[in-house]
Design a protein around this ligand. Structure first.
Ligand code: ASP
Length: 439
């Protein structure tokens, strides 16, 4: 029988044998090839004329989630789990061969019944998209859903399931948007989709629900694997966290500070960094207005300063200059110097924020003469060790409140959510030598 898309098949070619799931040939794909999804998640195209034999190993079965009824357990706290999309929500779409964000918060509870041992669950689907497609408007929508749950006395904390690619932007945005945050808001996701044996989704979900139910902080934090093993997750403060690897399970790292805590799938929480606000009985409000006309401009050797003028002429309201190390930009050779473009920004009263592309460490407005030129002669705002993406999110939030340049500077340098550290913690660097060595 001819295999159909979705079937697991084995193909012997003149060169090798491959086993995987047969995909519908995407419309854009060259004819004369068939496409297989291998177990490692990659898709390969096999030339039909090289095929010697095709064997169907398993016919495709539509995954059926048998719905279970979970009784409310009065001894357990209740956690709201809000789904927004990403790989954690994904399943393969046999029509395109790609993955679509389709599973909802309710499906997670059905697929991971252990969650019911940690807390009672209240599930809601907020949206279902990959995080690279999210917009600042979506952060506001999420914040509104979250605030409603945080203001409900019966809810101990909130878990948001989310794509990992821009999770660090959302974590920062929610932290700024949720004024008077009173309970933990835990954002989680996964690097491998939930329908794969090697998925990191279940442990991330269990640890996140644990943190939402029991962590004593009123913070927005990410909660994903803390190592490449399935031993614990880490809580990283929204505003100081970054996705630092394309594929590793422990991709999320706190920068210039230690993570807030380790969360073990068995239910215990080990606090590492005590500098966080505690739970409080206050009413949460949403301040989600955002100015989107902001450009993040990378500084690099040979860059054309005209790029800055381009944005200014287009009416952009703010610029994040992702400068080299301490905050340097070219200033010496007239053709490449940014000084004229920065003067133009100053005349147009467009704030220019200087952050560092080294990620770790802080920018400094005075150490070198050219830094002084930027900070004193061009009024550029040096934002200490604020991460470039966080500077973007914060500037959008600040510009929606005021466009007065003095006020913008004052607010950009006010520490709202721990986005600026007083002193970069040396124990938090280097970040990729295994979390176990850090603390
Ligand atoms: N591109 C996906 C997303 O950010 C990746 C993931 O979820 O891990 O939505």
């Amino acid at each position: 029988m001819k295999p159909s898309p979705g079937d697991t098949i084995k193909i012997a070619t003149t060169e090798a044998t491959f086993e995987g799931i047969l995909l519908q040939r995407p419309a854009l794909f060259e004819p004369g090839f068939i496409v297989l999804k291998l177990d490692n998640g990659y898709n390969i195209g096999i030339e039909e004329k090289k095929i010697k034999k095709i064997e169907t190993i398993k016919q495709y079965e539509m995954p059926i989630i048998k719905r279970k009824e979970f009784k409310h357990n009065p001894k357990l706290p209740t956690v709201a789990i809000l789904s927004t999309g990403g790989t954690i929500s994904s399943r393969i779409d046999y029509k395109t061969g790609g993955v679509i964000a389709d599973y909802t918060a309710d499906d997670f509870i059905q697929m991971c019944p252990e969650l019911a041992e940690v807390a009672n669950m209240k599930a809601k689907k907020v949206m279902g998209i990959m995080s690279e497609d999210l917009l600042p408007e979506d952060w506001k929508k999420m914040a509104e859903f979250i605030a409603e749950e945080l203001n409900n006395k019966d809810i101990a904390g909130v878990v948001v399931t989310h794509g990992t690619d821009t999770m660090h932007y959302t974590a920062a945005a929610l932290h700024f948007f949720l004024k008077n945050i009173n309970k933990p808001v835990i954002i989680t996701g996964s690097q491998r989709s939930i329908d794969r044996g090697s998925t990191d989704a279940f442990m991330n979900l269990i640890c996140s629900v644990t943190a939402a139910a029991r962590f004593d902080g009123a913070v927005v934090a990410t909660c994903l694997h803390g190592s490449t093993n399935d031993d614990y997750c880490i809580l990283n403060r929204g505003g100081r966290v970054r996705k630092m690897h394309t594929a590793r399970r422990d991709a999320f790292q706190s920068i210039d500070e230690l993570p807030l805590a380790k969360v073990f799938p068995g239910g215990s929480i080990e606090v590492i960094n005590t500098a966080y606000k505690k739970r409080a009985d206050v009413k949460v409000e949403v301040e989600g207005a955002f100015e989107k006309k902001i450009a993040i401009i990378e500084v690099f050797p040979g860059m054309d300063p005209g790029v800055i003028n381009f944005y200014l002429d287009k009416g952009f309201k703010g610029i994040i200059l992702n400068a080299t190390a301490l905050g340097h930009v070219p200033t010496v050779f007239p053709e490449y110097s940014l000084m004229d473009a920065l003067q133009y920004a100053r005349e147009k009263k467009v704030p220019v924020i200087v952050s560092s592309q080294t990620i770790n460490g802080r920018v400094h407005p005075f150490v070198y003469t050219n830094l002084r030129k930027l900070s004193i002669e061009r009024d550029c705002i040096f934002v200490e060790d604020m991460l470039p993406e966080v500077a973007y999110v914060k500037l959008g939030w600040v510009l929606a409140k005021t466009q007065d340049t003095k006020k913008v500077k004052e607010l950009m340098l006010t520490n709202y959510i721990g986005e600026i550290t007083e002193r970069s913690d040396p124990r938090a660097y280097p970040f990729d030598h295994g979390i176990a060595k850090k603390h």
